[in-house]
Design a protein around this ligand. Structure first.
Ligand code: AMP
Length: 415
């Protein structure tokens, strides 16, 4: 089955085409056929296509809307020049899997998209006003391009965290706010946390029920999850992706009283403060330079920039605090798993997060740590370390493709 995986944002459509089916899932033999991105949808778009094993191709073309972006992708994929042997016509795409950001409390796992499911996703727009509308547009665009008969599946960022117990997902706010408005912690990056927890137990050959780990997704967005018996039992992002760790441009945890205080001091509306906390804070806000960790580390190394160093230190300190908190929440864990652009590629950040944690039995192996970059998967803790540490590159698209196959066949997704 050739699955088109779509991740539709407000002005960006990312895609992959993955050949997979139940047999391939069981044998871990799925094949990635192509990937790419259409950026600046709504204007003169920048389009990058890459068939597996070939050089990426970059072009520009006017792309009016999400539908025209999906059409552009399919036109390329089915063209002779793409070089994708098994995709020659629109009919060679057998299903579409969509990344959907918010599934609220309704969607606890991936689902085949029906009119009712689409209405359910629209009902969650209040909770994710920037993301869910773009996801809905992606689903509608795919319906128009492929016809209503092609199976489409929604895979939610929030679904994996629906196993959080009430003491972890409720805020200490008036309970009516939860009753009336569903204000609670939902968590995000669920597909990533779920995927790396799955890879971890595959690597170790253990059962889902024996999986007790802390997963750290450190990318431009960052979150931590505490996983017990394979289920997410706590996570650092909340009602929105703003809560928790320090991120590229998001503040993570702050005292909510700051909203009112800074609003009065600087004459900002709540919406403006919200925008600063989401878009001008985090690594960018502290350093005043960039939201990009690699650039910050270079800056700190080359020019010893004080605020670049401070941004990195605050970032690592916050991650350490969450690891400590989740060790307590889980009553101890078997492993820490690093993933995301920073977690997968930066030995320096991993070393700094793990520094001084001998008290909980954590000891990194410096040579292993240095050797794990460029999406290399494996163990980076020392042989005697009681808490194992792994780098496991995330692959949300693969999990979306697999969930799409499983949903089409009506097979349970809890693997
Ligand atoms: P993601 O959102 O998962 O793509 O991750 C993006 C983040 O990963 C950015 O902050 C990048 O600077 C960071 N990153 C990628 N490669 C490295 C690296 N070698 N060292 C440090 N950070 C990196």
């Amino acid at each position: 089955m050739n699955v088109l995986v779509l991740n539709c944002g407000s002005a960006t459509v990312k895609f992959q085409i993955i050949a997979t089916d139940l047999e391939r899932i069981a044998g871990d033999t799925d094949v990635r056929l192509a990937r790419g991105v259409v950026e600046r949808v709504g204007g003169e778009a920048i389009i990058t296509f890459e068939a597996e094993g070939r050089d990426p191709r970059r072009t520009t073309a006017p792309v009016r809307d999400t539908r025209s972006a999906v059409e552009t992708v399919i036109r390329w994929a089915t063209s002779e020049s793409s070089g994708i042997e098994s995709v020659k016509a629109v009919a060679d795409i057998h299903a579409v899997g969509h990344r959907v950001v918010h599934g609220g409390e309704r969607f606890t796992h991936s689902v085949l998209i029906t009119d009712e499911v689409l209405r359910g996703i629209e009902d969650c727009i209040d909770l994710a006003p920037l993301h869910n509308p773009a996801n809905v547009r992606g689903i509608q665009a795919a319906r128009e391009v492929f016809g209503a008969g092609l199976p489409q599946v929604a895979v939610f960022d929030t679904a994996f965290h629906q196993t959080l117990p009430p003491h972890a997902y409720l805020y200490a706010l008036p309970y009516q706010w939860y009753r009336r408005h569903r204000i609670r912690r939902y968590g995000f990056h669920g597909t990533s946390h779920r995927y790396v927890a799955y890879r971890y137990r595959k690597l170790l050959g253990i059962e889902r029920a024996a999986t007790k780990v802390i997963t750290l997704h450190l990318g431009n967005g960052c979150s931590a999850a505490a996983i017990s018996a394979g289920d997410s039992v706590d996570t650092s992002m909340g009602l929105t992706p703003l809560e928790g760790l320090v991120m590229g441009t998001r503040s993570g945890d702050v005292d909510p009283a700051i909203f009112d205080y800074i609003g009065a001091k600087e004459g900002l509306t709540p919406q403006e403060v919200d925008s600063v906390l989401n878009k001008q804070s985090g690594l960018l806000g502290i350093s005043g330079l960039t939201n990009d960790m690699r650039e910050l580390l270079d800056e700190a190394r080359e020019s010893d920039d004080r605020r670049a160093r401070l941004a990195v230190e605050i970032f690592c300190y916050r991650v350490r605090k969450y690891v400590g908190a989740y060790m307590a929440a889980l009553g101890g864990a078997d492993a820490l798993v690093f993933t995301g652009g920073i977690g997968e590629n930066s030995p320096e950040i991993r070393a700094r997060v793990c520094e001084g944690q001998g008290w909980m039995g954590l000891e990194l192996d410096p040579a292993r740590n240095e050797a794990h970059t460029d999406r290399r998967e494996g163990l980076i803790s020392a042989d005697g370390s009681r808490l194992a540490v792994y780098v496991i590159p995330t692959d949300e698209e693969l999990l979306i493709a697999r969930d799409t196959v499983r949903s089409v066949h009506g097979v349970p997704q809890r693997f």
